[in-house]
Design a protein around this ligand. Structure first.
Ligand SMILES: NC(=O)N[C@@H](CC(=O)O)C(=O)O
Ligand SMILES: [Zn+2]
Ligand SMILES: [Zn+2]
Length: 349
């Protein structure tokens, strides 16, 4: 059967390898949306204050678990926020805990709540040594922050200025290049050693910078790394649907209250957790590659993290549904991806 008229797809339950759940009142919305479909999620640590220790990660996990719906087996996979002062001992404690699966590098100033991030990776070499030794994954927001670097070039420059030297100094360190947005990153990951992989978001597959800037400025399409030109979008689609084991699902679903997005200096982040796997199904169908969705969404991630694949399955059907203009979020509301429009796949089980 040609895929273009495929009307149903069943796949092993997917996981989200890059997710912002936020905290406290926000958890009711974010945890239930993700937990209704995904088996596990790598929960990003960029809270205020950030999750910089195993103890804080455990407390955070407990707050998340309280919001998991009764009928869901969802498991949050916790991460630590790397700072200049993170000790190797903290890495050993994290590994020992069994609940921390990775450490996240936010270059200071690169994105939301990144001001406590790393100012110079050289400060972290003992910590990185420990991570390499015990196989703790380093997740990177791959952008430089120098003011003289064009925002559209930040990711490309990060490869040469940070990633390549890092991989030379730590050739065994397992790295996830998060939310890649350029052909440069896709090509680099494809050709680099097996210990580096990448996540790709649904918005960087479905949108490009025209969707941010044409016909008016669209604040709900503003995210970091920023949407790039369509040639980069095409390169990401090619990578995601290539069948390569180095690319897997990471929504980077990053909610902000509506007022924070619709502002003269709006927050960066796109909320997709309400319809993430459906949005990926649209992107893979458009590329006539629905047969590649299961590996990208359900196999490549657990395989790279050396975790078991989920055993149960989900089914989506080709059915359009209306996305609300807003969703409740903490004590206010957020504008989800595709708000006020339709999504053309629907999870039925
Ligand atoms: N991606 C975003 O635009 N924002 C994320 C942070 C991040 O992943 O960079 C957030 O936490 O708001
Ligand atoms: Zn990021
Ligand atoms: Zn993120």
């Amino acid at each position: 059967m040609t895929q273009s008229n495929q009307t149903q797809i069943t796949l092993s339950r997917p996981d989200d390898w890059h997710l912002h759940l936020r905290d406290d009142l926000a958890l009711e919305r974010t945890v239930s949306d993700t937990a209704s479909v995904f088996g596990r999620a790598i929960v990003m640590p960029n809270l205020r204050p950030p999750v910089t220790s195993t103890a804080l990660a455990l407390d955070y996990k407990n707050r998340i678990v309280k919001n998991i719906p009764a009928n869901s087996q969802f498991e949050p996979l916790m991460t630590l926020y790397l700072t200049d002062n993170t000790s190797a001992d903290e890495i050993y404690r994290a590994k020992e805990s069994g609940i921390v699966h990775a450490v996240k590098l936010y270059p200071a100033g690169a994105t939301t709540n990144s001001d406590a991030g790393v100012t110079d990776l050289k400060h972290c070499y003992q910590t990185l040594e420990a991570m390499q030794k015990i196989g703790m994954h380093l997740l990177v927001h791959g952008e430089v922050t120098a003011a003289d670097i064009d925002v559209f070039d930040r990711e490309k420059v990060f490869i040469d200025q940070v990633l390549i030297p890092l991989m030379n100094d730590f050739p065994e360190l397992r790295i996830v290049f998060e939310h890649i947005t350029t052909s440069n990153a896709a090509e680099f990951v494809s050709s680099a050693s097996d210990n580096i992989a990448a996540t790709i978001t649904p918005h960087h597959l479905l949108l490009n910078r025209n969707d941010l800037l044409v016909g008016g400025i669209h604040p709900h399409h503003y995210c970091l790394p920023v949407l790039k030109r369509n040639t980069h979008q095409q390169a990401l689609i090619k990578a995601a649907t290539s069948g390569s084991k180095k690319f897997f699902l990471g929504t980077d679903s990053a909610p902000h209250p509506r007022a924070g997005k619709e502002a003269s200096c709006g927050c960066a982040g796109i909320y997709s957790a309400h319809a993430a796997i459906e949005l990926y199904a649209e992107a893979f169908e458009a590329a006539n590659a629905l047969d590649k969705l299961e590996s990208f969404a359900s196999f490549n991630g657990p395989d790279f993290y050396r975790l078991p694949r989920n055993e149960d399955k989900i089914t989506l059907v080709k059915e359009s549904w209306d996305v609300p203009e807003t969703l409740t979020f903490a004590d206010s509301s957020l504008v989800p991806m595709r708000a006020g429009n339709q999504i053309h796949w629907k999870v039925v089980s």
